[in-house]
Design a protein. Structure first.
Length: 229
């Protein structure tokens, strides 16, 4: 079943403890934490101290997305701060295989993110064996006010076919303006972890999480029916 990851960036920073407890109670699976260095992406955001500070607030999966040049420099520190999954960008690593190995040695889930313009052809068997999740950006990372890139749906479908052949248990995480309008489409294309921010926190967050889960579940049920499962 699709997992819902709530983007920390969109939460109320004045009341993070309360907010995290609220999304946990509402059935969210992950809290998605974007780290940005002002170089790999234009924005700056979130350090390890903050992760440490909120770690005990909820029993959610702490899903750290490093939009940082040479992320190898910080993996241990982020692991110590309380991450459960660390995702690095293919485009940002000095040596992407080593970075994924380091994450696994820390005993954490290893994620590999691709920008929208990075083709799936960069994924080889060596990378796949090291990754627990392939993370597809569906907007350009680190920039605000963007819309979902429609071509992402084909990319998700192609990746799902590829993973079904080589690594069926690998998650596909999608990140970038996922809303109530497109969640069914991304889930039907094969995404299994859905990052969402504004669409969840505006209005009643409990109701929004419930509706998103229901929409993803409907898409999955249709796929299973179509596949005769
Ligand atoms: Zn992210």
């Amino acid at each position: 079943m699709c997992k819902i990851a709530v983007s920390l960036l969109e939460m109320d920073y004045g009341h993070l403890d309360r907010g995290l407890k609220e999304i946990e109670a509402a059935g969210a699976d992950y809290v998605h934490i974007d780290m940005m260095d002002g170089m790999f992406v234009p924005n700056l955001g979130i350090g390890t101290k903050l992760i440490e500070g909120i770690r005990s607030s909820a029993n959610l999966v702490f899903d750290v997305h490093m939009m940082i040049e040479a992320p190898e420099r910080y993996l241990e520190r982020i692991g110590r701060a309380g991450a459960d999954v660390i995702t690095v960008h293919y485009e940002a690593c000095r040596d992407v295989r080593k970075a994924l190995d380091m994450i696994r040695r820390l005993g954490l889930g290893a994620g590999l993110a691709l920008k929208p313009e990075t083709p799936l052809e960069v994924l080889d068997r060596e990378l796949l064996t090291r990754a627990d999740v392939i993370h597809l950006m569906t907007t350009h990372p680190g920039m605000e006010g963007q819309t979902f890139i429609p071509e992402s749906l084909n990319k998700i479908e192609s990746l799902r076919r590829f993973l079904d052949k080589w690594k069926p248990d690998c998650e596909i995480e999608v990140d970038g303006n996922i809303t109530m309008d497109n969640i069914e489409a991304v889930a039907a294309a094969g995404a299994t972890v859905i990052v969402s921010g504004r669409a969840l926190v505006q209005g009643n967050i409990t109701e929004n999480i419930r509706r998103m889960k229901h929409a993803a579940y409907k898409a999955e049920s249709r796929m299973e029916t179509a596949a005769g499962i």
